[in-house]
Design a protein around this ligand. Structure first.
Ligand code: SF4
Length: 514
């Protein structure tokens, strides 16, 4: 197995940087479906451009490179202990090269291991099979969409849909509800892997395994195939759209399995994956560990660009924001405005918010744009002339900061909070009271946004919080974002949640609710 580690490194790099053809095809269809001038259309243009950039520069498609999860099948006699060690080495090497963000955090101390290794990381599942080769499949599923996973214990009552019973109609309601509740927080359009039955733990595992199916395959069970097609048709009528901006494409795939259950339990487990649906696989020679074949790919088909023209285009109608921002400038903004940010912006996410609740800020936040982002950072040059560079810098899910944001805005005079998925009522009230806005960047567009942050002015709290939680001051250059919560009490997210809830109720009623 002299080539096994190299093969794993290549698998990790390709999975992180080059979306598989079935996902590209689904995203291409989404791009053709949404009108280009809508918010969903503009977001898709940035996503398409980002996917192309990631492939061309071999950069991480999204800065959240997710929980590496390997499903490995080995012939009898393969040494799984050596394979496990070499996969771990390949993970650490991919992290060193900036293809994976350091993403493994000690759950007791909060300390990042720095190399994506630690108890439970990466996730490795071995299984023996009767084939002569080794098969390794890898999925990199980020935290934003992982947080949108959901498990239903039916019968249950679902918002907008009423009672879900222990039958396929009840399952269908659960799956539609899963798409609706995710809104844009899991970087829609997304895909569902689902398991009907099993127990709580195995149900989630089987649901995640469905994400290893090709988006364009057909379920061999005609009952499940029909269910998958119905969910695809009906979920796309609800109107969540790209990033939850509203639109025609909310779901790019639905894959469902059924597993036996205990008589007393009936779980419907859902694994929600975002548009940055990174999974690939390889077939390896069991003797040498060399790659014999890539799974999900057609060797005769070259990678096609998703965006044929320039991608996201500045129309001239955008509002230019120079930071630091004044209250007057911010109060003039309204929901739906597209802004281009220039000047310093500050990154800070979960640990930084906790820190700011108890300490002074290490950098000036007066009039600042606080960007919820944990970038992939690389140090370049040789001491003493080293400098940081953002390798991937898309937004993270903002709602996690809901308990803190109102206080942080008030204490530090922040004028704009930027992230993805929107925030709640407490933050909306604080925006109105203190004169600030919520800006929505396009989730997962890590390569696109890294190019909008060409210079790092400073990195703070690195020792205390580690990458990616440290606070960074970046020079933004024409950084595009959409105002989705303004200083007048308006929230696009609340509006879309209400309108999609009404559509969900209609779709549910069409099923013949009991
Ligand atoms: S695209 Fe969005 S949900 Fe997916 S990994 Fe990236 S930030 Fe997370």
């Amino acid at each position: 197995m002299q080539f096994f580690k190299d093969s794993m490194l290549e698998l990790i790099i390709q999975t992180s940087t080059n979306l598989p053809p079935d996902v590209r095809a689904a995203m291409g269809e989404a791009l053709r479906t949404e009108a280009p001038k809508t918010q969903a259309g503009q977001a898709l243009a940035i996503i398409g451009q980002n996917i192309d950039m990631a492939y061309e520069d071999e950069g991480a498609i999204c800065q959240d490179t997710g929980m590496p999860t390997f499903e490995i099948k080995t012939p009898v006699g393969a040494n799984q202990i050596v394979m496990k060690r070499q996969i771990q080495e390949a993970i650490a090497e991919a992290t060193r090269r900036g293809k994976l963000r350091p993403n493994s955090v000690d759950s007791i101390t909060g300390k990042n291991s720095g190399d994506n290794l630690g108890p439970g990381t990466p996730v490795l599942h071995f299984e023996q099979w009767e084939e002569p080769d080794v098969e390794v499949r890898l999925i990199l599923k980020g935290g934003g969409c992982e947080n949108m996973n959901i498990q239903y214990s039916v019968p249950c009552t679902l918002e907008h849909l009423g009672r879900a019973d222990r039958d396929l109609e009840g399952v269908k309601k659960c799956l539609l509800h899963a798409v609706w509740q995710a809104q844009g927080k899991g970087c829609a359009p997304g895909a569902l892997g689902a398991c009907i039955g099993s127990d709580r733990a195995a149900g989630y595992h089987i649901a995640k395994l469905q994400l290893f199916r090709s988006l364009d395959d057909v379920n061999p069970d005609p009952r499940l195939s029909k269910l998958e097609q119905e969910i695809m048709d009906e979920a796309n009528k609800i109107g969540v759209g790209t990033m939850g901006f509203g639109g025609k494409v909310s779901l790019i795939g639905c894959k469902v399995a059924a597993a036996n259950r205990l008589p007393a339990s009936f779980f419907v487990s859902v694994a929600y994956d975002c548009w940055a649906f990174r999974r690939l696989g390889v077939l390896l020679d069991a003797e040498s560990g060399a790659i014999k074949q890539w799974l999900y790919r057609d060797p005769k088909r070259p990678v096609e660009r998703l965006v044929s023209g320039a991608g996201f285009q500045v129309s001239g109608r955008e509002i230019r924001l120079e930071t630091p921002l004044s209250e007057e400038k911010v109060r003039a903004l309204k929901v739906g405005d597209v802004v281009l940010i220039n000047g310093p912006i500050v990154t800070g996410r979960d640990a930084a918010h906790t820190y700011l609740m108890h300490h002074d800020s290490p950098c000036d936040l007066h009039g600042a744009v606080l960007y919820h982002c944990g970038p992939v950072m690389m140090k370049e040059g040789t001491p003493p002339n080293t400098r940081w560079r953002a390798n991937a810098a898309g937004p993270t899910t903002s709602i996690r900061e809901e308990p803190y944001e109102a206080d942080v805005i008030k204490r530090f005079g922040i004028r704009a909070v930027m992230g993805k998925g929107g925030m709640g009522k407490k933050t909306l009230d604080a925006l109105e009271k203190h004169g600030a806005v919520y800006l929505h960047a396009i989730g997962g567009a890590a390569q696109f946004y890294a190019r909008c942050l060409p210079k790092v002015d400073g990195v703070y709290l690195l020792e205390e919080l580690g990458v990616p939680e440290a606070m960074g001051v970046f020079e933004a250059k024409d950084f595009p974002a959409i105002v989705t919560m303004d200083a007048h009490g308006n929230s696009l997210h609340a509006d879309v949640a209400a309108s999609t809830g009404a559509e969900l109720a209609k779709v549910g009623a069409g099923e013949g609710r009991r």
